[in-house]
Design a protein around this ligand. Structure first.
Ligand code: AHG
Ligand code: MN
Ligand code: MN
Length: 334
């Protein structure tokens, strides 16, 4: 059986289905190439001196790891000259980055979380890269932060790379979800899963339970019922998993089902959760929906949220449809 490469997959989406323009295909290939480079750095680890703190902070008030900074640089350098982008925005940069004047500007906007799960880098646990592609609004010549503020439903491509025991790329252009595995000997991505589908029911959930005392009533109720297992109202036992890399947790859910939660916190009621809407929740939410799952912030569909700020945070409930609908309905009842 001959395998389908990432290029062939994208050409087919472009040619046969007329789903994506050539510029978007080329842009996605460059993003995939950047993820390949990040994967090589992650794998060299201590041997390449890439572990540990960078000694700097980002706009989120978080300490940056060396690999956060390296991955951000790799993505910027790989994508700035291709001619398909107008600007980029990143978790690691205060403001968006317009394509410099020395290169041609295209019509797409790229957002990314260069290294997701940074706390896992130094302990050799899976990390990843998340990205989202939007169109530049019509008639805009000078891209700025405000042009990125589009709801997730307007994404034209979204995906992530997971740097685990193998490196995989999971991608949607709005026609289902495909998974590619990197053959690092020859540096090529090969299609290893097509039309990934999340089962509507699950017995697995993911939440950082150390925040329990800060949860709101709907989340407490939902998790208590899961924990009560076969003796409780759910009548079945559930298992809990938390990698603390969203990419790795979502990859498990896309592969075999489950629900991922990062709720709003009572400590800071004005701070809606930890995760960021534009480059974490939106791309993951779209992938989950494209795989037949659901994604809400407890009350609204994630993809319908009108963003107000580039680094805006949002509560997240995503994964197996029936579980997401249940926890969302608990928010409505209270
Ligand atoms: P990042 O490393 O990009 O800042 O994202 C970390 C996120 C996400 O990957 C993960 O699900 C979550 O933070 C982990 O949070 P806890 O530290 O509460 O476990
Ligand atoms: Mn992240
Ligand atoms: Mn990150």
């Amino acid at each position: 059986m001959s395998r389908v490469s990432l290029t062939q997959y994208l050409v087919e989406k472009q040619r046969e289905k007329n789903l994506i323009p050539a510029e978007l295909r080329l842009l996605l290939e460059v993003v995939a190439r950047a993820c390949k480079r990040i994967s090589f750095s992650v794998r060299k680890g201590e041997l390449a001196g890439v572990l540990g703190d960078a000694g700097t902070g980002n706009v989120q008030g978080e300490q940056q790891k060396k690999l956060d900074v390296i991955a951000n640089e790799v993505l910027l350098e790989a994508n700035e000259w291709g001619g398909n982008l107008a600007a980029m925005a990143s978790e690691e940069m205060d403001h968006s980055y317009p394509i410099p004047n020395r290169y041609p500007r295209g019509s797409f906007l790229l957002l990314f979380d260069p290294l997701d799960g940074s706390s896992n880098i130094d302990v050799n646990v899976s990390v990843g890269t998340i990205f989202s592609v939007l169109r530049m609004p019509e008639g805009v010549t000078d891209p700025a932060d405000e042009h990125f503020l589009q709801p997730g439903s307007r994404q034209v491509a979204a995906g992530y790379a997971v740097y685990g025991p193998s490196t995989q790329l999971v991608l949607t252009v709005g026609d289902g979800v495909a998974e590619f595995t990197l053959d690092s000997d020859i540096g090529s991505w090969w299609l290893t899963g097509n039309n990934l589908t999340i089962p509507a029911d699950t017995r697995e959930y993911a939440i950082n339970a150390s925040n329990r005392r800060h949860w709101m009533a709907p989340v407490r109720r939902y998790v208590e019922e899961l924990e009560a297992g076969s003796q409780g109202p759910r009548g079945k036992d559930f298992n809990m998993r938390w990698v603390a890399s969203m990419v790795a947790d979502i990859h498990r859910i896309i592969t075999r089902g489950g629900i991922f939660m990062y709720p709003r916190d009572q400590r800071e009621p004005d701070k809606p959760g930890k995760l960021r809407l534009m480059y974490e929740a939106n791309p993951m939410g779209w992938l989950i929906e494209q795989a037949g799952g659901a994604a809400t912030d407890g009350t609204r569909r994630i993809l319908d949220i009108e963003p107000e700020k580039l680094h805006q945070r949002v509560a997240v409930f995503m994964g197996s449809k029936n579980e997401v609908e249940r926890v969302t309905s608990y928010h409505r009842e209270l």
